[in-house]
Design a protein around this ligand. Structure first.
Ligand code: ARG
Length: 451
């Protein structure tokens, strides 16, 4: 069934049908009906529809909604889109009165509303899942205890830090992703219904009543903007892509850390896969796929931007393609969050101690506390490092006497600063890599997660 037969003599060509019909909007079914219920209520309240019509349409739409919610709704091959399917089914259930549903409305403002309702709900789900992964990272940080790892710059060992500090870095990234979704939801929570095809209607519609019924934060102020704009879709996909990018960085480390070369972590069997050829393998496929799927979600964002860039106002059928991209981005993030939460939950950490080179900065800072300019202190430690490297030794091998011989401003007991534990114990910067900082972060996270 089409909603536009009157002007046409013949039926649509099969090729046109196959090319133009997209079934990806079927998941908007429940939102479409909820939007229609609000629309019918408004039409009644402003007096466009008589109470018996409102009652019949409402009753019929509620039956359709029940079918949608219980998976009993049946689409047919001749439904051009989800909006058509709902109107067809409503007609089957209520008869001719169904023809009044589309009063003062177009599929252009209708689909914009449906998508906003869908993304508002799914965004809240992604926020909850991000929170669950943050909780899993916090629990992993607690399990890591006082294990110390090197931090890296240029993938070279830099300074000693608690492993928990490293894990919690991702918690803060993911909490910003939560805030980004909240911002995006606040911006998209605006009803476009009443904009009609492009310029509104001659009927006394009240878009505010629809928005209130749907508990939306506002209504459109320009009908062309309301039906033409998809920045809310691209922004939502960006939220997904940025969160995926954080997951991808984490995943890269989860892969690296479980190599024999690193040996920092072992994952439980439930969250790893085997090799068909190599019996010894336990592969971190979840992390690899999260990293790989991030590429496709980044593609969704660029696709959504490209989709909008050349479109004249207002609605163009091109916009139908927005759903395929944003649903893919959203679904992928949801699945990745669930899988990675499981993987982190089953991870046991056992990192080897960092090399003693990670204490070189501490040694320079010892001299700074004795009034030596940092540049000079850096040079003195650099010379010592160069000599040790030439001798095939490390800072762990240095004796107190050697330290004093290297620079008279050192004291013999300064060798106690040359361990990773000593380095972390002396770290003072708030938010730096110390156990105090980790404890403070965990306390803050606990508070934020319980809000
Ligand atoms: N499937 C369409 C979309 O997603 C619905 C709106 C169709 N509007 C129209 N005038 N054909 O954009």
């Amino acid at each position: 069934m089409t909603l536009w037969g009157g002007r046409f003599e013949g039926a649509p060509d099969d090729g046109l049908w196959r090319f133009t019909v997209d079934t990806s909007d079927r998941r908007l079914l429940a939102d479409d009906v909820v939007g229609s219920l609000a629309h019918v209520t408004m039409l009644g309240e402003v007096g466009i529809l008589e109470p018996p019509d409102v009652a019949a349409l409402t009753e019929g739409l509620e039956l359709v909604l029940a079918e949608a919610q219980t998976g009993r709704f049946v689409f047919t091959d001749t439904d051009e889109d989800v909006h058509t399917a709902v109107e067809r089914r409503l007609g089957e259930l209520t008869g001719a009165v169904a023809g009044k549903l589309h009063t003062g409305r177009s599929r252009n403002d209708q689909v914009a509303l449906d998508l906003r309702l869908y993304l508002r709900r799914s965004g809240r789900e992604r926020i909850a899942e991000l929170g669950t992964l943050v909780a899993a990272l916090s629990a992993a940080a607690e399990r890591a205890g006082d294990a110390i790892v090197p931090s890296y710059t240029h993938l070279q060992q830099a300074q000693a830090v608690p492993l928990a500090h490293h894990l919690l870095a991702y918690a803060w990234m993911l909490l910003r992703d939560v805030a980004r979704f909240e911002d995006a939801i606040a911006r998209l929570d605006v009803s476009p219904l009443g904009a009609g095809a492009s310029g509104g209607s001659s009927l006394p519609l009240d878009p505010r009543l629809v928005a209130e019924r749907l508990e939306m934060g506002g209504v459109f102020v320009n009908s062309l903007d309301a039906v033409a704009s998809r920045d809310f879709v691209a922004e939502y996909a960006f939220c997904c892509a940025q969160a995926m990018t954080h997951l991808s960085r984490l995943s890269e480390e989860l892969v690296l850390w479980t190599t024999v070369e690193f040996g920092w972590v072992t994952y439980d069997d439930a969250h790893t896969t085997g090799s068909s050829a190599l019996p010894q393998k336990k592969n971190p496929d979840i992390a690899e796929l999260a990293r790989g799927k991030t590429a496709t979600v980044i593609g969704d964002v660029t696709g959504l931007l490209a989709l909008q860039k050349g479109l004249p106002l207002a609605y163009n059928r091109d916009l139908q393609e927005d759903k395929v991209a944003v649903f893919h981005a959203d679904d992928t993030l949801g699945l990745a969050l669930e899988a990675l939460t499981g993987m982190i939950g089953g991870a046991s950490f056992h990192p080897p101690p960092p090399s003693s080179w990670v204490t070189a900065l501490d040694l320079a800072e010892v001299l700074v506390t004795r009034g030596v300019p940092f540049r000079e202190a850096h040079h003195a430690v650099g010379r010592l490092v160069a000599q040790l490297v030439a001798d095939g030794r490390t800072l762990a091998d240095v004796t107190g006497d050697e330290l004093v011989a290297a620079d008279g401003r050192f004291a013999a007991e300064d060798v106690t600063r040359l361990t990773a534990e000593g380095s972390v114990a002396h770290r003072r910067t708030a938010g730096g890599g110390s156990m105090d900082s980790v404890r403070a972060q965990l306390a803050t996270l606990r508070r934020l997660l319980s809000d």
